[in-house]
Design a protein around this ligand. Structure first.
Ligand code: FCB
Length: 447
């Protein structure tokens, strides 16, 4: 175990998302989401899997909360399924759906854990997709603000924070440019327009929540990576710079600087979002935030001649993502130099390991090393002056890994999908010790 210190208010958490764990897709009036539809398209998800049952968390809420409490987890980042609480994406709210999140939040508080809510982790009500092409439509941003306002009125007094979006880059790019995620479009212009409407919806939601006097800290969760050239040739360095602009600056600049990055705008050319930007949008998008959530998994390795495999000195995860912890320090230091950041949470970090239960144990040494190295990298960023407020491991338990289905296991708890049995992996026991040790350190600091 590496020796990292964080300040005594540092938040130790785990993260999940609604569609990946809840299941109960047809229960208690939940509407369909774009992921329910997407999973039906042959070839889109490995083995044709879907989130109908997932970890059955909807029916096992108390058991899962007890398990988290036993691990000493201090904070839980979850997302709310919009179609569960507002089946059509507009109009009537579903009391039974709202009641589930009410129980979840109360259940966390009762066990001494802080609820970190995310409003949108990709499960858009299918009704909005069918009626108005989802995020292609500006109106969807206003519907999102209405939904946010409702959640604020129901949970806003008890949650520790509210994030508007999880990884809007994935929604826009993977959902609309590459077709890898729902709704499965392959159209650059759609992706650009969607990204603008997502950012707009973020700002509108913040404004709506503030207007209603919601006291919980508000922010957004962005997936980010530093980008390196495969070589130091000017062409590869230019490719890296462009990838960074499209991936990171495309979301950071509108929020913190009131504009899209010129380099990426130029790359989009006629396919850019120009046609859907209205006067005043950047003022809304730039509504001040109380925190920034960053999901970090790996770096971008760019070359002018297309994707290149990075060296992977520390290996690759089961997703074939390079293990590159120092990228987290580099990223945070760069962001801190370039923007005036609010406190930063690492809202996701973790790795897929192809692990299995042997004699009741799961020896996921790779995952322990992964977390350990990234926590050390995070501590390095803190020592460079980044205001680091907390860390959420992805994920509490194995779950539905989107287009990869159930084969990719990201959990610190193993899930046997046939029986729904949960087994603590070695990494969960390790994390429990890290949290406990930190608490002991914090006590001795106070004394
Ligand atoms: C992130 C997603 C999360 C999970 C991890 C592995 O991009 O936010 O839902 O799938 O990747």
């Amino acid at each position: 175990m590496k020796n990292y210190n964080f300040d005594e208010n540092f938040v130790w958490g785990v993260a999940t998302s609604s569609y990946q764990i809840e299941g109960a897709a047809g229960d208690d009036g939940r509407g369909a989401s774009i992921w329910d539809e997407f999973c039906k398209i042959p070839g889109k998800v490995v083995n044709g899997e879907n989130g109908d049952v997932a970890c059955d968390h909807y029916h096992r809420l108390d058991q899962d909360l007890d398990m988290m409490a036993d691990l000493g987890i201090k904070a839980y980042r979850f997302s709310i399924a919009w179609p569960r609480v507002q089946p059509e994406g507009k109009g009537a709210f579903n009391e039974k759906g709202l009641a589930f999140y009410d129980r979840l939040v109360d259940g966390l508080l009762k066990r001494g854990m802080q609820p970190f809510a995310t409003l949108y982790h990709w499960d858009l009500p299918q009704a909005l997709q069918a009626a108005q092409q989802g995020w292609e439509s500006r109106d969807t941003a206003y519907r999102f603000a209405d939904y946010a306002r409702k959640i604020g009125s129901v949970l806003g007094d008890r949650v520790a924070s509210i994030a508007t979006h999880n990884e809007p880059w994935c929604t826009a790019w993977l959902g609309n440019a590459t077709g890898y995620f729902a709704p499965g479009n392959e159209d650059l212009k759609k992706a650009a327009n969607v990204s603008h409407h997502l950012l707009l919806s973020h700002g509108l939601a913040l404004q709506a929540l503030r207007a209603d006097g919601v006291k919980a800290p508000l922010g957004i969760v962005l997936n980010q990576s530093p980008a390196h050239g495969a070589t130091n040739s000017p062409e590869d360095l230019a490719a890296a710079s462009l990838e960074y602009a499209k991936f990171v600056s495309w979301y950071m600049d509108p929020i913190f600087k009131g504009k899209y990055p010129a380099e990426a705008l130029q790359w989009y050319g006629d396919n850019g979002p120009q046609g859907v930007i209205r006067e005043g949008d950047f003022g809304i998008i730039g509504t001040p935030m109380d925190f920034l959530g960053i999901n970090y998994y790996t770096r971008i390795f760019a070359s002018a001649s297309g994707p290149k495999r990075p060296p992977g000195e520390l290996g690759f995860t089961d997703m074939d993502w390079e293990v590159y912890p120092q990228g987290l320090t580099e990223l945070l230091a760069r962001l801190n130099a370039e923007y005036t950041l609010p406190p930063v949470y690492i809202t996701e970090n973790g790795c897929a390991v192809n692990d299995s239960v042997v004699n009741g144990r799961v020896h996921d040494r790779e995952r322990i090393d992964f977390y350990d190295l990234h926590l050390a990298a995070l501590a390095d960023a803190a020592s460079l002056g980044v205001d680091v407020a907390g860390y959420f491991a992805w994920s509490l338990m194995d779950n539905f890994e989107w287009a990869s289905g159930y084969a990719k296991r990201f959990g610190m708890v193993h899930v046997d999908y046939a029986t729904q049995k949960r087994t603590l992996k070695d990494s969960a026991l390790w994390y429990r010790d890290v949290i406990a040790r930190h608490a002991a350190q914090a006590d001795s600091l106070e004394a």
